[in-house]
Design a protein around this ligand. Structure first.
Ligand code: 26M
Length: 812
């Protein structure tokens, strides 16, 4: 315990006076929030300084650096109070000062430096590394604007800028002393000095990379505070001089400044498409080069030779976005540290590991040679050399396999294949669920799998069960701890101790009460925000995630249209009242997915205002789905919709968050759903639809005939026709969706899976009416949810890939 109530109160009041020059009761909520954060930050610093003084071990611990263009961290204050074990003390102390902690928590902006699954995963992983005592640092970009805020206006998504730094972000610390220069453009002059080729990068554009650090504090672990280092791009101080000296042109000086500031200006809001924009490449090189330079600087402080580098440093690249780590590390070793190619290459490969997050071909990064050459001329030379040596080596090993070389080369048809660079330049390649890893080995990267079988491994994703269960669902957490003790907070697998309660009626009733209470909380939110009343005793059937064709929100809304049709025809139909809830953002340029939102909101408008339904159905599209909202939604779910076209969702992580909160998955055998089913058993999950191998077979033979599906199932034909027959209004809004289903042959098998989906949904609806059986299955999901904690995932990374120790025991 770092504070008792009275010492906290005293410290808080003193801190407030120090910062504001007045008493707390005169301040705004924002000022009170900031003072609390500053106080906690200082407390962390003091304890960490004490720790590092005690650390007399001569040998430096191995450091893990997690490179990611996205960290979707959400809010920190409330979570850190829990991790420090002082939430109650602080809450009571503040209350005595007349301050409501909830008001302060509400002041914090979500740090939304990520799009979705990939970005939230990196935040969960930093959390678990801090908890497990792994020296693990994040490296990313301090975007001035995070993921856009979504408003729904007339049923359409409207994007607003996310100006999260408007007020200042009190968790971050600017570390100007650690600023580095990243060099873009210019050209490379080669000179032979004493018989050695030497490279001079000349006439380059210098960009200052200024780091901002955010402390990463794990549960119960004040001794080890990790760091998330986010880089901001700034013009060099004397930019006017520099530019006028070089170009003698004022307008160029202005252009220089804005080109530099653009680098860390905004997060790209696409989560599955690669547009090949120059600015994106500049972002990638910027944070890669800046991050590596701090790693090298820190390493050199403690070591005098690079031979042990890979034993002291692990660099993990989150998708291919940081794959320029490979040539940049080579550049540093060769051009700055004077190592030869072979030694530099060995160390580089042994240091870097790589995670792939998607098989969608449109997401795979390829950069035109011309862009790479002009932005990063020296890096391009090194990539060319890596490619040349790779081809040469393959030619030696497999002289007959010319195809193999062409399929796996890094540079081909004027494009640089970043996934190939990442696979060749790393010692480990992992997928994010068993099925996904299998698809990588047998399809997407199959040629590489024949060349480097030993590099491939699976690391099924995990989520922070402390954020998404302990923090997000306090009532359930209390019920769990009262029954099985608090072990589960540190050892997620201890949730299995709940399993004996699946036949305990009194317990199951309490579980249902908790769920009801969480549904009331969400219902109140919906009422406040949207002025729509939803019945908390109806089934909450929820799909929240980015909107994308492969995730098939369309399948869900067609199901709702069908149900609505049937209900109107037969009001006595025996279906339990259901509230259908959607949430999720669309990439601003993705018109098709935008029309899906419009379809959902159009149906919502219809159904929610139809008096004949007597409130049996409601449809809600919650705007601006983000981490904070997610923390309110998962605890309130009965049904978790995980309905992607099998093979397309690499893992999913929302599925795990729902499960840990006792929702039943209604899903396809895709991504980690496969493993969820294995964990809970067939009777505690609802699976439907095509299997991955069936889908891939169809793809191989050019798809299936969606027309036949449509013709042969009248209920389906009816909802598809309704998209264009005027029943949804006179505009042509949904013609694109209609065409995608019938003319473009329904690439995502929406029509093909419709029957099996609606049948399965109906069974689930019946099942819910057997309250005890349902609650018992919910409990199995919670009890088996422990393996999907990011603690488990990080331990596997630590054991198999990074080779770092972790502390797993409860400290004494
Ligand atoms: C690429 C190029 C240019 C701009 C943006 C991108 C890009 C950004 C994010 C591409 C993909 C991005 O994210 C992919 C992603 O989020 N994948 C998800 O990763 C999760 C964590 O592993 C999985 O659970 C999801 O199944 C997977 O879709």
């Amino acid at each position: 315990m770092i504070w008792l109530k009275d010492s906290f109160k005293k410290a808080y009041v003193e801190k407030f006076i120090e910062i504001q020059g007045s008493m707390p009761n005169t301040g705004t909520s924002w000022e009170k929030y900031r003072a609390l954060v500053v106080l906690i930050k200082e407390k962390m610093k003091i304890s960490q300084a004490a720790e590092s003084m005690n650390d007399s071990s001569p040998d430096q611990e191995k450091q893990v650096y997690y490179f990611s263009l996205e960290f979707l961290i959400g809010k920190l204050l409330s979570y850190y109070l829990i991790n420090l074990g002082i939430k109650d003390v602080v809450q009571e102390g503040l209350e005595e000062l007349g301050i409501d902690l909830e008001d302060l928590i509400a002041e914090e902006n979500d740090a939304a430096l990520g799009n979705g699954g990939l970005g939230r995963l990196s935040a969960c992983y930093l959390d678990s590394m801090a908890f497990l005592g792994i020296p693990g640092q994040g490296n990313g970009i301090r975007y001035k604007y995070g993921l856009f805020q979504q408003k729904i206006v007339n049923g359409f998504q409207v994007e607003l800028p996310d100006n999260w730094l408007k007020n200042e972000y009190p968790w971050e610390m600017r570390k100007s002393d650690n600023t580095v220069v990243v060099k873009f453009k210019g050209h490379v002059r080669t000179e032979s000095i004493k018989g050695k080729l030497t490279f001079f990068h000349e006439d380059y554009e210098p960009v200052l990379a200024v780091p901002y650090d955010i402390p990463m504090l794990g549960y119960g672990n004040l001794n080890r505070i990790n760091n998330l280092r986010l880089w901001s791009a700034e013009p060099i101080k004397d930019d006017l001089d520099w530019v006028s000296f070089n170009q003698g042109d004022y307008s160029k000086a202005v252009a220089y400044r804005s080109e530099v500031e653009a680098i860390s200006y905004i997060l790209y809001p696409e989560d599955s498409s690669h547009a090949g924009r120059e600015l994106r490449l500049r972002q990638e090189y910027f944070f890669t080069a800046a991050g590596l330079s701090t790693i090298i600087r820190y390493f050199k402080k403690k070591n005098n030779s690079f031979s042990g580098f890979a034993r002291k440093v692990a660099i993990h690249i989150n998708d291919t976005h940081p794959a320029l780590c490979v040539p940049e590390l080579m550049r540093i070793f060769m051009d700055e540290e004077d190592l030869g190619w072979d030694e530099a290459w060995n160390i580089t490969v042994n240091t870097i590991s790589f995670t792939n997050h998607t098989i969608l071909p449109e997401a795979l990064e390829k950069w035109p040679v011309e862009i790479m050459k002009s932005q990063c001329p020296r890096i391009y030379m090194i990539i060319e050399e890596i490619d040349r040596r790779y081809r040469e080596e393959m030619h030696h090993m497999h002289p007959e396999k010319r195809d193999l070389i062409e399929h796996t080369a890094i540079i081909r048809d004027g494009q640089i294949h970043m996934a190939h660079l990442a696979v060749i330049g790393s010692n480990s390649v992992n997928g994010v669920a068993e099925l996904h890893t299998k698809i990588l080995k047998t399809q997407v990267l199959k040629d590489f799998y024949t060349i480097y079988p030993y590099k491939f491994n699976n690391k099924t994703n995990g989520v922070s069960h402390r954020r998404f269960l302990l923090e997000a669902n306090p009532d359930l957490s209390r019920l769990i701890s009262e029954s099985i003790g608090e072990d589960w907070i540190r050892q997620s697998e201890s949730l299995e101790k709940l399993l004996p309660y699946t036949s305990d009626t009194a317990f199951l009733e309490k579980l249902a009460d908790v769920k009801y209470h969480n549904k009331c909380r969400l219902a109140n939110y919906i009422n406040d925000k949207m002025n729509i009343q939803v019945d908390p005793s109806s089934i909450f059937d929820i799909q929240v995630k980015r909107i994308h064709a492969y995730k098939r929100q369309l399948l869900n809304i067609l199901k709702i249209m069908d149900l609505y049709n049937r209900w109107r025809e037969d009001p006595s139909m025996d279906i339990y009242p259901t509230t259908f809830i959607f949430g999720g953002k669309v990439a601003p340029g993705y018109q098709y997915a935008k029309s899906i939102i419009k379809l959902i909101t159009t149906m919502a408008q219809r159904i929610n205002t139809d008096p004949a339904l007597g409130g049996k159905m409601k449809v809600i599209f919650l705007e601006n789905f983000n981490v904070s909202l997610a923390e309110m939604i998962y605890p309130a779910a009965d049904i978790s919709e995980q309905i992607s076209t099998a093979s397309q969702e690499a893992s999913g992580t929302g599925n795990m968050k729902f499960m840990l909160n006792g929702a039943i998955t209604l899903g396809t055998l895709d991504g980690a759903n496969v493993e969820i089913r294995r964990a809970v058993g067939d009777e505690n999950i609802a699976i439907f639809g095509l299997k991955a191998n069936e889908v891939m077979n169809y793809y191989q033979w050019g798809g299936y005939k969606s027309w036949e599906e449509y013709q042969n199932f009248p209920r389906l034909k009816r909802v598809v026709d309704q998209l264009v027959d005027g029943s949804l209004g006179s505009s042509n809004e949904f013609a694109g969706i209609y065409e995608s289903l019938l003319r473009d042959n329904d690439q995502y098998f929406v029509l093909k899976d419709f029957r099996s989906y609606t049948d399965t949904w109906q069974k689930v609806n019946l099942w819910y009416q057997h309250k005890l059986s349902w609650a018992s299955s919910c409990l199995v999901n919670i009890g088996k949810g422990g393996v999907f904690s990011s603690d488990r995932a990080i331990k596997e990374y630590a054991d198999d890939i990074w080779h770092v120790p972790y502390q797993n025991e409860i400290p004494g």
